[in-house]
Design a protein around this ligand. Structure first.
Ligand code: COA
Length: 156
């Protein structure tokens, strides 16, 4: 395990790989960050989340519990993940049995201010700025809109 490059922040129970950079202020606790991860300012990463090697989490992003992000991903400024769909008519209010997981593969880029509901996203996907991902993405490509739909292949 490595030691993160810390700039006057406090962390609780997080595990860090080698060469992790955190830019204060961040709120990071109980999660696992791989090697060479970068986390910009005003980011919250909650317990149990996992961030893969070389992934960058840009400023103002929110990564909640039950989110697993692969390697070489890019989570842009202000992007948000969701684990509580209010499926019982409102917030789960701590009943974690109602929470749902999200899994991102490798080389997934989430655009600025996008919202990712509890879904699985395969490798090699781009999600456009401001998009809302409501369904699993099982095919590589570029997705945008609310709800996010495939607009083209990655290299078309
Ligand atoms: C999704 C994205 C990659 C698409 O780029 P592109 O392939 O060049 O797409 P185009 O600009 O040719 O647009 C294609 C269509 O998708 C629409 N579209 C593009 N981006 C969109 C978005 N974020 N949300 C909704 N629709 C979008 C366009 O309006 C256009 O629709 P039309 O054909 O009806 O006119 C890009 O627009 C985007 O949102 N990138 C995210 C960048 C980002 O957040 N960077 C963060 C670091 S600064």
């Amino acid at each position: 395990m490595g030691t993160p490059d810390i700039m006057k922040i406090s962390l609780a129970g997080a595990q860090f790989g080698a060469r992790v950079t955190l830019v204060e202020p961040v709120n990071i606790y109980g999660c696992v960050l791989g090697d060479d991860v970068f986390v910009g300012p005003f980011v919250e990463i909650q317990k149990g989340a996992r961030i893969g090697n070389r992934t960058r989490i840009q400023s103002h992003a929110f990564v909640c519990e039950l989110v697993d992000i692969g390697e070489d991903c890019f989570v842009s400024h202000g992007a948000k993940f969701v684990n509580d769909l209010f499926s019982g008519g409102g917030p789960a209010r701590g009943d974690k049995s109602l929470w749902m997981p999200t899994r991102l593969g490798d080389r997934v880029s989430i655009g600025t201010n996008a919202t990712v509901l509890p879904v699985s996203i395969c490798d090699d996907v781009v999600v456009g700025a401001g998009s809302v991902v409501t369904r699993d993405i099982t095919e590589s490509g570029i997705y945008a809109g609310n709800p996010a739909r495939k607009i083209r292949g990655l290299h078309d």
